[in-house]
Write a protein that binds this ligand. Structure first.
Ligand code: PEP
Length: 254
């Protein structure tokens, strides 16, 4: 059985106190209402991480992650945060390659390959995001885009390291737009991703990798999306800012 994960991406939202309140609500709801073996992961801004990992202590069903990490181990990179720092406050995951990082901060596959190496070397589990833009889908290039994001971003890893990844398929046209990929569209790409992984690392590795769907996922559409055989959970943006909505999505796996 693959691990089921519902990860929230708060993006640049929530001041310190708002974030702590939201997270406390999430923990209490998960404690009272989640009955399955799924994991809820909250990826907050850096300033919350230390406090959130303290609040989450003792609750195995809730983990904490960052939304980015620098590719270097340490050094003169003013304003940046390293993977080691993130690990040192108890965070377990880090989102890498989110389309907003690719689009607004120019992060390409080569840079993301380095970030993945550094995150793994420092004990973090990357949630590695891939996905095509609307233009790429309209030009029927979506399979090629996914293929090269995998090949150039993560297929340099050996099997042991690759197996620590979570992959998130996020069609860029569905992020924050209210437009969701249909369950058939999402399943088609998830199956393709698993097939690519099988071709590179073998079927057992492909069968063990958690692949999340992200893009306007909410409590209404999550049950149908998560019922697809190759969708193992979600990466949730907007709906992760409301504790009730986020935990209702987590509970789809109850
Ligand atoms: C995201 O940013 O990863 C995301 C999926 O956002 P939203 O759920 O708001 O579309």
């Amino acid at each position: 059985m693959r691990k089921k994960i519902v990860a929230g991406n708060w993006k640049m939202n929530m001041d310190y106190n708002e974030g702590l309140s939201l997270f406390s609500e999430v923990i209490n709801m998960v404690k009272d209402e989640v009955t399955g073996s799924q994991q809820a992961v909250v990826c907050s801004p850096f300033i919350h991480l230390h406090s959130l990992t303290h609040l989450a202590k003792g609750y195995a069903k809730v983990a904490v992650g960052a939304q980015n990490a620098h590719q270097a181990e340490s050094g003169a990179y003013t304003g940046e945060i390293s993977a080691r720092m993130i690990n040192s406050v108890g965070a377990e995951y880090v989102i890498l390659g989110h389309s907003e990082r690719r689009q607004y901060f120019g992060e390409d596959n080569a840079l993301l390959a380095k970030k993945t190496d550094t995150a793994l070397a420092n004990g973090l589990k990357p949630i590695f995001c891939i996905g095509e833009t609307l233009d790429e889908r309209n030009a029927e290039k979506h399979f090629d885009v996914i293929k090269s994001q995998l090949a150039e971003g993560v297929f340099h890893l050996d099997e042991a390291h690759f197996s620590k990844l979570v992959i998130a398929y996020e069609p860029v046209w569905a992020i924050g737009t209210g437009v969701t990929a249909s369950s058939a569209q999402a399943q088609e790409i998830h199956a393709f991703i698993r097939q690519e992984i099988a071709a590179k690392y073998g079927q057992p590795v492909a069968d063990g990798i958690t692949i999340l769907y992200g893009g306007s996922c909410n409590p209404k559409n999550a049950p149908e999306l998560f019922a697809q055989p190759d969708i193992d959970g979600g990466l949730i943006g907007g709906a992760s800012l409301k504790s009730r909505d986020f935990v209702d999505i987590v509970k789809v796996f109850n």
